[in-house]
Design a protein around this ligand. Structure first.
Ligand SMILES: NC(=O)c1ccc[n+]([C@@H]2O[C@H](COP(=O)([O-])OP(=O)(O)OC[C@H]3O[C@@H](n4cnc5c(N)ncnc54)[C@H](O)[C@@H]3O)[C@@H](O)[C@H]2O)c1
Length: 420
């Protein structure tokens, strides 16, 4: 890119030709690759890229679908082997956000931000991070609000505060500057509601007396353990790769029946514990042909994104194994719900937030999970397939106030030669 003097570029879907168009002729091959991809490309409306030349870091904003509103999704700071991995991750994650936001009935489309880490940089260098994230903020400003960013893997609240100094198209900024702050506790509560829906569906009663195994003891798992004990869980077994974190969580819940394991990164034994519910709260792709046959729990419900390694085959394998899987993007929505309405100001017990944890509201975590599980049973399909179908239908709805504005923003960027 630098050799060709390309500082910015775009890949934008042209509906009439059904092809992806690159902003630069040198990138036609890349556009063709995306156009013909059948795995991750799903008519993404636009992909905008910028090179941070100070640190050789590639920025991107992936805008999947903006029918319901601006494309919203977190910013991931990650190391990628090559351009294909980078673009695939952005396409996959932004499509996932369209589904998550639509299934939660938010008036938001799906998007994802990525920053490709340069391995020569020290990620803990705060000065570098400040300059990098500020530049990402300027990048977001330049694309005029078709994408709204937020916190994700590799990005923290302070990074969001740095972005916020350069753009208003961000959420998850610290409460001290008017944001909604870290959403992990809300995410944990949403997942617990998903567990309760699965127990109701299976006529297994409540969480009282149940044993839950949790992979990961980080930001989501820690409050989740508290919510589970509050509801009378008999035992929680949790595993992490970080001893200091385990010690901290153990100390917090010392009065409760919490069992902890320090594990190696490849040790998945926590998933195979004798328990009622397994809650993956660490990394993705952990439900696969190797792990599923060894899982004893009746229910899987956790916060980690993209738990199914292969969303079709592994969803089917779970079903065939008699395990009730509550789709991750259904139950881990509270993080995004937490920041979805922050532009509209704050009130105590905001109904736009609390209704997602309501038993009656038709789009609440509990009701949506029950609906998905019931429909899956009736149609003899895996719950993940049913949830995707419902989400894809909802994602076609057009924002009642702004219409399909995101696509118009992208078009106006092209008209104004954004990339040149
Ligand atoms: N934080 C949120 O609000 C939110 C919202 C939606 C989805 N999620 C997803 O939920 C998951 C957890 O999020 P988080 O914010 O708690 O992240 P986190 O990084 O705070 O916690 C993850 C924990 O998993 C541990 N871990 C990593 N590999 C492991 C392994 N092989 N075995 C056991 N433990 C391992 C890490 O040491 C870490 O403590 C992530 O996949 C995240 O993308 C989080």
């Amino acid at each position: 890119l630098k050799r060709n003097n390309i500082h910015r570029f775009s890949l934008v879907y042209d509906k009439s030709s059904k092809q992806v168009r690159a902003s630069h002729t040198q990138l036609t091959e890349l556009a063709e690759f995306v156009s013909h991809d059948q795995r991750d490309f799903m008519q993404h409306e636009g992909m905008m890229f910028q090179v941070n030349e100070e640190y050789d870091v590639l920025f991107a904003a992936f805008i999947h679908k903006t029918n319901r509103g601006q494309a919203s999704g977190g910013l991931r700071y990650w190391q990628y082997e090559n351009m294909e991995d980078f673009i695939r991750d952005g396409m996959r994650l932004s499509k996932g956000m369209t589904r998550k936001n639509a299934l939660a009935s938010l008036w938001w489309g799906g998007g994802k931000g990525l920053m490709a880490h340069n391995p020569q940089l020290d990620k803990t260098d705060q000065k570098m991070r400040e300059r990098l994230y500020k530049d990402y903020g300027r990048f977001i400003t330049s694309i005029n609000g078709c994408y709204i960013t937020a916190e994700d893997v590799g990005t923290c609240e302070q990074d969001m505060a740095n972005i916020f100094t350069q753009t208003r198209f961000t959420t998850c900024i610290p409460a001290a500057v008017g944001g909604s702050g870290n959403p992990s506790s809300a995410t944990a509560l949403g997942v617990v509601h998903g567990m309760e829906a699965a127990l109701t569906f299976l006529q297994m009663g409540t969480l009282a007396g149940k044993t839950i195994a949790i992979q990961g003891m980080g930001h989501v798992a820690e409050p989740m353990i508290g919510y589970l004990f509050e509801r009378g869980a008999a035992k929680v077994i949790a595993a992490d790769i970080n001893q200091a974190l385990i010690n901290k969580v153990k100390h917090k819940y010392q009065a409760y029946n919490l069992h902890t394991h320090l594990v190696d990164i490849d040790d998945k034994s926590i998933l195979f514990e004798d328990c009622d519910i397994v809650a993956p709260c660490a990394t993705g792709a952990i439900l696969n042909g190797e792990t599923i046959p060894r899982i004893k729990a009746k229910i899987i419900c956790g916060a980690a994104n993209n738990q199914l390694k292969d969303s079709t085959a592994d969803g089917q394998l779970l079903k065939d194994s008699g395990i009730t899987y509550v789709p991750d993007f259904l139950v881990n929505r509270m993080g995004i719900v937490n920041c979805a309405d922050e532009q509209s100001g704050y009130i105590d017990n905001d109904p736009f937030f609390t209704r997602h944890l309501d038993r009656e509201y038709q789009y609440s975590v509990y009701q949506t999970a029950l609906r998905v599980l019931n429909q899956a049973q009736q149609s003899n399909k895996p719950p993940a397939d049913v949830a995707i179908k419902i989400a894809d239908e909802l994602s076609e709805e057009i924002n009642p106030i702004y219409g399909h504005r995101g696509a118009k923003i992208i078009q106006s960027l092209l008209n104004n030669n954004w990339a040149s």
